[in-house]
Design a protein around this ligand. Sequence first.
Ligand code: AMP
Length: 279
Amino acid sequence: MKTFTDPAALHAWCAEQKRAGRRIGLVPTMGFLHEGHLSLIREARRHADDVVVSIFVNPTQFAPNEDYAAYPRDEAHDLALCEAEGAAAVFLPKPADLYAPDASTWVEETVLEKGYCGAQRPIHFRGVCTVVAKLFNIVGPDVAVFGQKDFQQAAVIRRMVRDLNFPIEIIRAPIVRDEDGLAKSSRNTYLTPESRAQALSLSRSLRAAKAAVEAGERDAAKLEALIRAETEANGWIPDYVTVADADSLEPRTTVTPGHNVILIACRQGRLRLIDNVLL
Ligand code: AMP
C-alpha cells in the first residue's frame, strides 16, 4: 500500500494506474476509521481495481465554534485498517498541502445544502464540496463511495457531480450500525456511557417510524411526532426531524414509500448526532 501527502505525487501515481487501464475508486474520509468506513472501501473495491482512501480532517468544513481541533485522529491505526482492507493507496495531506494560504476559490452547491445540517452549519457543505472537488481533480477516480449515514452530504455531492460534469460514478453505501443500532461515527467517541445509551433512541425511533410506514401510516407529521417524543424523552433534543423526498430533500407531508427518507439530527449539550432511514 502506498501513502502520499503530496497531491502532485498522488496525481502522477493515479495517472499512471489509469494509463495501465486500471479503474480507480476513491473513498474520502476524515479518518479515525471504523467499520462504516471499511464498508465503503469494500464497496469501492467491488467497482475498481485500485482504491484510494483519503484521510483528511478538512478545516474548511468546520466553523470556528466546532470540533476541528478535538476531532479524533489515529493515523497509525487508520493505515493498518486500510492495508488490511486492501486499499492501494492512502492520501494523508496536511492542510497546507491542499490549501494555499491565500486560497480564494470555493465550490458551492446552493439548494440541497440549505436545510437540515446546512441550516445549523452554514459553511459546512461549501467546505465539503470544495475539498471533494479537489480530491476528484487530484485522484481522477472512476467511482467514489460515500455513506448513507451523511445523507444530505451524499445528495449534495451527487448534485455537484452532475452540475459540474465530473465523469465520476457516485455510490451511496448503506449505514453501518453497532449491534444495538447506533450508527457508527468517529464522533461517537465523544459520548459518555449514559449519553450513548440515551442515543439509542435515535435509531430506535427511526425503526419504529419505518415499521409504522410498513403497517400503513402515511402521515409524515405523526412519524415526526413519534421520533421527537422518543428522542426528547431520552434527553436528545431534535434540531430537525423531517420526512423528505430522497432526491430533492424537499419535506413531504405524506409518505410515498420507495421515494422518501426520514432525516434527523439531535443535540445533547455540545454533542450532536445525525441518523436517517429510507422508507
Ligand atoms: P467521515 O470520516 O465521518 O467524514 O466519513 C467518511 C465517509 O464515511 C462518508 O461518506 C460517511 O458518510 C461515511 N460513513 C461514516 N459513518 C458511516 C456509517 N456508519 N456507515 C456507512 N458510512 C459511513
